[in-house]
Design a binder for this molecule. Sequence first.
Ligand SMILES: Cc1cc2nc3c(=O)[nH]c(=O)nc-3n(C[C@H](O)[C@H](O)[C@H](O)COP(=O)(O)OP(=O)(O)OC[C@H]3O[C@@H](n4cnc5c(N)ncnc54)[C@H](O)[C@@H]3O)c2cc1C
Length: 475
Amino acid sequence: MSLRKGEALTQQGRILIIGAGPTGLGAAYRLKKLGYENFLVLEANSEAGGLASSYVDDKGFTWDIGGHVQFSHYDYFDKAMGEALGKDGWLHHERESWVWIADRFVPYPFQNNLRYLPNDLAAKAIKGLVNRPARVPSPTQDFGTWIDQMMGTGLKEMFMAPYNYKVWAFPVEDLWYGWVGERVATVDLARVTENILLGKDDVNWGPNNTFQFPKYGGTGAIWRAVAKQIGENHIQLNTRVAEIDWQKKIVTTKDGEKLEYDHILSTMPLDSLAKTVTPELPAVSEASPQLKRSHSHIIGIGLQGEMPEKLAKKCWMYFPEDNCPFYRVTVFSLYSPNNVPEPETGKYWSLMTETSESSAKHVNRETLMEDTIQGLLNTGLIRDRSQVVSKWSYVAEHGYPTPSMERNNLLGKIEPELKKAGIGSRGRFGAWKYEVSNQDHSFMQGVEWVNATVLDVPEVTVRFADTANAMWGRK
Ligand SMILES: Cc1cc2nc3c(=O)[nH]c(=O)nc-3n(C[C@H](O)[C@H](O)[C@H](O)COP(=O)(O)OP(=O)(O)OC[C@H]3O[C@@H](n4cnc5c(N)ncnc54)[C@H](O)[C@@H]3O)c2cc1C
């Protein structure tokens, strides 16, 4: 259907959007661009941004909810980001990521840079690679088996299994392999061997080998700017949706306000949505609590003094070993010098850590701050405690939507019932598809939902993750 503007679009009725994270804002941005004014975003928090928000602690350090690097698969998203902060609002970085293992840094992708390992570990990795079964994965295969087939037992034991357990908070056998697409570099034995023999670094793999970051205000600045463009009259903050009556098409907020709608997009987590809909949707109620997720503990450590030379160009580092609770540390002061107080003095720098927790991986929340600082000492990222001038923490109870073995089956029960009830559910936890849950994907899920709802254009990102991700590199 061709694009219709103004009056014709307005006749589609009132659109309510729940949540002003990247997905909800993507939908609102698209409506605004279409000249469609009859819509309202309801957001529980006092600010837009969702998981892509940023905070300034009481010592003046800026923090994201985990190091957000922005890269994109879509021209449309790039244009929106350009509009949000302007050409001068961004800093551009080349990724330098490393793995800390066996008391040394190995460049990422680990599997392509085995020459950095001690000889016995490199030999173990190569032996596993030579002996791997290298079969084509079946569509229902688990990630653990995929690792065996693609990388062999050596790499699995020393890096892939322990590291992925730390990230996902579930054993690799509990994960479906289908999310790996562009996220895990596969292994070419000839290339790996050549890199060892010729002493070559091989670091340019992947869609995020360059990325951009806001000059000021952390990742949250992007989404505050997008919200401002959409306009205060379209975004109602501090408004938690308590009930969606999908038969009467009425939303009730926690404060008792009732709002009618013709179309509704929810970006709240599916397990929360299930408790909100009335009359109950039996398959949604039964299946959504079974979807697995992990909590993300984000700890920001503000530091004084000079940053060690060895960290000067490292954007982030991965930690597969058990000498620290975290799986990733971001040198957040490198993303923007303005992420620390008094940037002109060079007195401060900052590290941000991420630790996962789930029903299958316990974390002692009481001691996590102390365990994290000890982990930074154990791994040599900080020298002593006197460097620490600020401690900040945040728990995202919905952190990572786990691509578990049973996920697709559960979504297969949930999606048709929501569709029948006329409820669109999109976004990181609204669609529960990790493989399309970054900022660009989420924003475009919102955009595409609008295109489908008011223009009848089929959605791609939420339905065909591989197709959406294949757009990377040939936009
Ligand atoms: C640790 C971590 C690291 C990440 N790193 C990156 C990265 O490097 N690059 C990248 O691109 N992305 C990254 N992301 C992902 C990014 O944060 C998400 O893509 C994005 O925030 C998802 O947007 P969303 O709108 O779908 O969901 P959310 O951001 O969760 O937004 C949902 C919104 O709905 C609101 N809401 C929920 N329930 C209700 C209710 N009942 N009533 C009203 N409002 C409600 C919430 O308050 C929230 O604002 C990371 C995420 C995490 C957790």
